[in-house]
Design a binder for this molecule. Structure first.
Ligand code: PEP
Ligand code: MG
Length: 906
């Protein structure tokens, strides 16, 4: 026997159940399940998701012949249960045809209602119901939907209005009415005729009168809607594979538009916005499902309390509310009671917040759908913790119920939802650092700082940022760059600061000279307002108000639960005491990476740094470094103190020196003055630092090897700070990390300098501090020779930004130019700088962890690239047995949740 393609349900029986989402789609599986638990559902059947894939393989004709016998038998079954007949003029059965994939994709695919109508059936139904208005309203809706979805009746030009709506407008104009419901039966009949004529004219196709032909047309159209543009885009955003396909559920129609005792609505067992345990929803009397979502008529509240709250917000008095906007609870108390009981039953059954659709036909309640409701980040946490307290789920389930990435919403400022509805998107970049920002455009870091000090809110717009822009970035509400990917300077630094950033917005043209930015033909000047959504990458014109996030007690409870189950620790990447404290509050268990270079840009440090760079010999450099030493020591002391009692991993100088010198004339003039030399000397030196490929050039440990005095100074600063703290009774736990190691000889050489310096420092302070020396693994050769390197290193920290860059050979700052094409052509599934490439880069990491630990048992391994805060990458790290992941402070909770989930999944 060939495999089963169609599953029946109805009258409290079903061939499928809730566990069969993969084959029946979420909707089909839940329709079956609702039957099994005694929730009233119109009878029907579900065609499996496999058939959708088959449709794309074998085509329409073949799939119909494969399905024919099963579908015809299934239609018979509905006829028997409904005691009516498909296509029968006396006693007709109408059906709805609905899409439903494994994962919920609300509104992305197509649905057809009232299928089975033709002129003859309409006449018969009129006789039977005595309600011609209802029949012809249903009929014209059907022709409209069918024409739209199945016969693909589209406007000629994109700007044109929907052709059916145009016809409706004309008919209404003729009569001088504005509302659909005021149309007479004759006008509705006219609409049916005009719609059919328009279809014929526009598509060359006759509207099919045969209900069976209608049915097949609709089923195949639902299959096709799996590949419509918005469904494809939604899948891309949500990471839903194209191979899943959609199921098709066919159900007997029940009618919410049969008069004042009929209604249709959507409801939620809890509040999807804030998570409050309050049944809520909206409904319309005498309407069909699409009217509620279409927003043509304003729906009313289901519960009295919901209605009262709505009235309060809308400024409507209680008297007026009761008279004009009563709730279902007040107007249909019997139905309401049943609805409330059943929604409760469904939540109890699924142990999660339900999002349900229902219809009331002449006083009888039917459920058409239930699913686990989509919710905001705040609601997600509250509902998980509430369900745990209510004993509905256990601790592990509560943790698994929360999506790590969604915690982001709780941690950053967000746009005011209402304001966003009127905001205009002017361009799109990468969602480099989440949150919302709104401010006046500035182009230079100095201006950002000055304007900020004046009390103005600014958004800094740059082609790209460099370490020189740090102060400006700190002062800005958000950062927008034209170039750079998810690990570009702007993105990494902004995430570290918890600051909103949109990077790589290729559609913007920045002109520093005229202080303007051109976006899509419009020129925005310095001082004009602009708003950024760092969570979506969208840029808005003007001022879109934002509001701060709040961390609730539920959030803390969730985090405590995570600690109970996790094996992977979470540290933070932090360069300042402030960031360290923020991260510690979020639960970071140490610092996994302190990038020392950022410190050089503050105050007078940059002058000493530049003096060092300008020096031509060791003596000169040492003199300059001696000036830097107290600054560095103070910085390290601050960070070690903020993380007292927890490990702090400080990395030696990493970026190429040219990042510390000015490249424009004005800056070079200032530098010349600071250094007391002429500008040509500066220009020469700056030119001599230029490299063809700076990311592979004179940076990382190569600096410490060519200028060992830098390594010595930084070691002195780190351990000096630690000694002072220890003398003050604190418990500093420094780790010194050597970057960009490719061969173990490099590490050995640097380690010798560190050890020798440490000895001197301890002698000077008359006290010793425990410390460790480890290395970054961020060059493929280092990963491949991890056994040799482990002999020299007390720990490994995987720098997956550089490791990804060098494994793929993609420049981390230039990926934006080709990434969209790569994603589009499916050469890459995701940006590898955002989501760790487990197949390639991950394989190197796994190998290096194993080889490293074989050579040095118990070798501590962590990750400190940007992937350390990305949930799937964190789970990978947990799975391969890393000790910790380190990420920017605002991602610490996300990583903690992902780590706990990884432990539970195991
Ligand atoms: C890395 O390469 O992953 C890393 C953490 O270092 P940076 O981003 O500073 O190069
Ligand atoms: Mg690196």
């Amino acid at each position: 026997m060939s495999e089963k393609r169609v599953y029946l349900f109805g009258n409290g029986k079903a061939e499928g159940n809730a566990t069969m989402r993969e084959r029946l789609g979420g909707k089909g599986a839940n329709l079956a399940e609702m039957n099994l638990i005694g929730v009233p559902v119109p009878p029907g059947f579900t065609i499996t998701t496999d058939c959708c894939n088959e449709y794309y393989e074998v085509g329409q004709e073949k799939i119909i012949s494969l399905l024919n016998d099963e579908v015809m038998a299934a239609v018979k079954n509905i006829e028997t249960l409904m005691n009516s007949k498909f296509g029968d003029a006396q006693n007709p059965l109408l059906v709805s045809v609905r899409s439903g994939a494994r994962a919920s994709m609300p509104g992305m695919m197509d649905t057809i209602l009232n299928l089975g109508l033709n002129d003859e059936v309409a006449e018969g139904m009129t006789k039977k119901t005595g309600n011609p208005h209802f029949v012809y309203d249903s009929y014209r809706r059907f022709v409209q939907m069918y024409g739209d979805v199945v016969l693909e009746m589209k406007p000629v030009n994109k700007e044109d209005r929907d052709p059916f709506e145009e016809i409706i407008e004309k008919v209404k104009e003729r009569r001088g009415i504005t509302l659909d419901k005021d149309m007479s039966v004759e006008e509705l009949k006219d609409l049916v005729r005009l719609f059919k004529e328009a279809i014929k004219e526009r598509t060359g196709k006759d509207f099919p009168d045969d209900p069976i032909e209608q049915l097949w047309g609709a089923v195949c159209a639902v299959f096709r809607s799996w590949m419509n543009e918005r469904a494809i885009l939604y899948r891309k955003m949500e990471g839903i594979p194209d191979e899943w396909g959609t199921a098709v559920s066919v159900m007997a129609m029940v009618f919410g538009n049969m008069g004042e005792t009929s209604a249709t609505g959507v409801c939620f067992s809890r509040d999807a916005g804030n998570g409050e345990n309050l049944f809520n929803g909206e409904y319309l009397v005498n309407a069909q499902g699409e009217d509620v979502v279409a927003g043509i008529r304003t729906p009313q509240q289901i519960t009295k309390i919901g209605s009262q709250r709505w009235a309060e917000r809308a400024g409507v008095s209680e008297e007026e509310r009761v008279a004009n906007y009563p709730s279902m609870e007040e107007t249909m108390p019997e139905i309401y009671k049943e609805l409330d009981e059943l929604q409760n039953k469904l939540e109890q059954h699924y142990h999660d917040m339900q999002d349900m659709e229902f219809t009331v036909q002449e006083g009888k309640l039917w459920f058409l759908q239930t699913r686990n409701g989509k919710r905001t980040g705040t609601a997600m946490v509250k509902i998980a913790i509430d369900l745990l307290h209510e004993g509905m789920i256990d601790e592990k389930t509560a943790i698994m119920r929360c999506e790590p990435q969604k915690l982001d919403e709780l941690l950053h400022p967000v746009f005011d939802k209402k304001a966003l509805m009127n905001a205009k998107v002017i361009t799109q970049g990468l969602p480099a650092s989440p949150g919302a920002a709104c401010g006046q455009i500035v182009f230079h870091a100095d201006d950002a700082k000055a304007w900020h000090e004046d009390g103005r809110k600014v958004v800094m717009v740059r082609v790209e940022t460099s370490p020189e822009d740090l102060a400006g970035m700190a002062a800005a509400e958000g950062i927008l760059t034209a170039r750079g990917g998810m690990t570009s300077h702007a993105a990494v630094v902004a995430r570290g600061m918890g600051k909103c950033c949109v990077s790589g917005a290729g559609g913007i043209n920045v002109d520093y000279k005229s202080k303007t930015v051109e976006i899509d033909g419009v020129v925005y000047k310095e001082g004009e307002y602009i708003s950024l959504n760092g969570s979506t990458g969208q840029v808005y014109a003007g001022e879109v108000p934002t509001k701060a996030a709040e961390l609730s007690g539920d959030f803390k409870e969730l985090m405590d639960l995570c600690n109970k189950y996790t094996k992977l620790l979470v540290r933070t990447n932090a360069d300042t005491p402030h960031d360290a404290r923020v991260a510690r509050e979020f639960g970071a268990q140490g610092i996994g990476l302190t990038r020392t270079e950022h410190m050089f840009f503050e105050d007078k440090k940059i002058i000493a740094m530049r003096e060092m760079i300008l020096s031509e010999n060791v003596e000169g450099r040492e003199k300059a470094l001696a000036k830097l030493l107290p600054y560095q020591k103070a910085d390290f002391k601050g960070i070690l103190e903020a993380m007292d009692g927890l490990p702090v991993n400080i990395r030696l100088l990493d970026p190429p020196l040219h990042e510390f010198v000015p490249h424009d004339n004005a800056g070079q003039e200032i530098m010349a003055k600071e250094m007391g030399v002429d500008i040509t000397t500066i220009k020469h030196r700056v030119d001599s630092l230029a490299e063809n490929n700076p990311m592979l050039g004179h940076r990382g440990c190569r600096l410490g090897i060519t200028f060992p005095e830098i390594t010595a100074m930084q070691t002195r600063a780190i351990l000096g700070a630690a000694c002072e703290l220890k003398k003050e009774g604190k418990n500093p736990m420094p780790e010194i990390m050597v970057p960009l190691i490719g061969t173990y000889h490099e590490l050995k050489q640097q380690k010798d300098i560190i050890y020798a310096t440490a000895k001197q420092v301890f002698a000077e302070y008359g006290i010793e501090v425990e410390y460790e020396v480890g290395t970054m693994i961020e060059i493929p050769r280092a990963a491949l020779t991890a056994d040799l390197i482990a002999k020299e290193a007390q720990y490994f920290s995987f720098g997956t930004n550089d490791l990804t860059q060098m494994t793929f050979g993609y420049s981390r700052d230039d990926i934006a130019s080709f990434l969209p094409v790569y994603l589009d052509k499916k050469i890459l599934k995701v940006d590898p700088f955002q989501v760790l490439d487990q197949e390639g880069v991950g394989r190197l990491i796994k190998y290096a962890v194993k080889e490293g630990r074989d050579a040095r048992p118990g070798l501590r391994c962590g990750i400190c690239g940007e992937h350390g805060g990305e949930p799937s990458s964190v789970k990978f790290c947990a799975k391969i047995g890393m000790d910790y992941a380190s990420c920017s402070p605002f991602r610490v909770p996300i990583a903690r949740l992902a780590a706990a989930q990884a432990a539970i999944e195991e």
